[in-house]
Design a protein around this ligand. Structure first.
Ligand code: NAP
Ligand code: ZN
Length: 369
């Protein structure tokens, strides 16, 4: 057996964990930049809890709440300007994957005002500022990854800023922030988490450690799907399970990266404005059928862990949760295939789909019927 495994984030989970562990902010920091979206962190109590903890440690703060969903390069550069202006020495990202990813890119750019090419190489001279992550969706696992996924609108795709210095120092997981998370976002983010676990398990970079984490993530997340399908009001215990499963999915991809599903999903998000998790969900089952042709053993393991009899039953459940989107013409699909085939993450796939394979997965998943 041979592997290397690094996951340096301190993870604290539990209701009220930010206030109860306020002393963890006591690291000599003087000024925090809170990076968040426009509304949700104020409504769900996460921002108040963070401000309270910072005050207890005598840390001043400023708020950058302009993070947009699927943050762009311009968006994070504006955040970095704010960080520099206020002399922040720590960045606290509160929200879904968008604010947490933005927090990491801002932490990077605040100490290294480099051009876009250098940014996406993850090359820096000065270590990025430390990041604290407080997730308020259960899906991306960004609180435990070294990735910051940033949209490049001119290229109609997303790029990955990746460096081990971008692992947050601490992740605070409190599912009570998700109590009023809208049902569609709850479902889309849960499917994103499931997709991370599945892609990690199937990645050519998977190892014994990452596979254990990925399989547990799948089992935990999948055990919530029936509740999500049937009910709009989600009990707290299920919220906690989803948050735990999504964190595990993040740990899994921090070791392996994602694969073709994410590479293909980016086009649906950037061109058709389809939510990140839903985009993955629309593509996942056809991708699994493609992998099955050459790697049935691993797909059978996924099926057994999740309790589904076969991929078709998973597909039926997914359609009940996220509907269908069969509207893309062959021309659209050719364009999306051109983009997806160039994405770095597609090279992690086993088997690695070629142009025709990617075209076929798109066509069967989202092509006009
Ligand atoms: P998101 O874009 O962060 O948030 C979507 C929406 O949910 C926003 O309108 C947000 O409102 C709202 N929201 C967030 N928390 C809420 C709450 N507790 N209650 C009510 N509304 C809430 O969505 P996401 O799916 O979590 O993140 C997607 C992003 O993460 C994409 O850019 C994707 O590429 C990236 N991602 C990163 C990784 C990684 O490893 N780094 C992995 C997968 C995906 P506000 O704007 O008001 O907050
Ligand atoms: Zn994702």
């Amino acid at each position: 057996m041979k592997f290397s495994y690094q996951m340096p984030v301190k993870v604290i989970m539990g209701k009220g964990c930010v206030r109860q562990n306020a002393d963890l902010f006591n690291k000599g920091w003087k000024k925090a930049l809170i990076v968040t979206g426009k509304f949700s962190a104020k409504k769900n109590g996460a921002q108040d809890d963070v401000c309270h903890a910072l005050s207890e440690c005598g840390i001043q703060w400023e708020i950058f709440d302009d993070v947009e969903p699927n943050p762009s390069v311009v968006n994070v550069r504006n955040g970095a300007k704010a960080a520099i202006e206020v002399c922040a020495d720590v960045i606290v990202g509160i929200g879904g994957g968008s604010p947490m990813d933005a927090a990491k890119a801002i932490a990077f750019l605040a100490t290294n005002l480099v051009d876009d090419e250098t940014l996406f190489k993850g090359a820096f001279e000065t270590r990025p500022l430390p990041v604290i992550a407080v997730p308020t969706t259960a899906g991306t696992g960004s609180e435990v990854t070294q990735y910051s996924i940033i949209t490049v609108p001119e290229e109609k795709t997303k790029k990955n800023l990746c460096h081990s210095a971008l692992f947050p120092e601490i992740a605070f997981l409190d599912a009570s922030y998700m109590e009023k998370l809208p049902h569609d976002i709850t479902i889309n983010t849960a499917i994103d988490a499931f997709s991370h676990a599945v892609e990690s398990y199937l990645s050519k970079r998977s190892c014994s450690m990452s596979s254990i984490v990925a399989l547990e993530s799948m089992a935990v997340t999948c055990s919530c799907f029936e509740t999500l399908r049937k009910h709009e009001t989600i009990p707290f215990e299920i919220r906690e399970k989803l948050l735990f499963g999504s964190m595990l999915g993040g740990v899994a991809i921090s070791q392996t990266g994602t694969t073709a599903v994410h590479a293909m999903g980016y086009s649906l998000t950037c061109s058709d404005n389809i939510d990140h998790g839903r985009a993955n969900g629309l593509l996942l089952c056809e991708s699994l059928k493609f992998v099955y042709q050459q790697n049935s053993e691993k797909i059978d393991k996924i099926i057994s862990v999740t309790g589904f009899k076969d991929i078709n039953l998973l597909e039926v459940l997914f359609q009940a949760m996220i509907g269908r989107y069969n509207i893309l013409s062959d021309d659209d699909i050719r364009h999306y295939t051109d983009l997806a085939i160039k994405a770095k993450s597609i090279t992690n796939s086993v088997p690695q789909p070629d142009y025709d394979d990617v075209f076929g997965i798109y066509k069967r998943s989202v092509g006009i019927i």
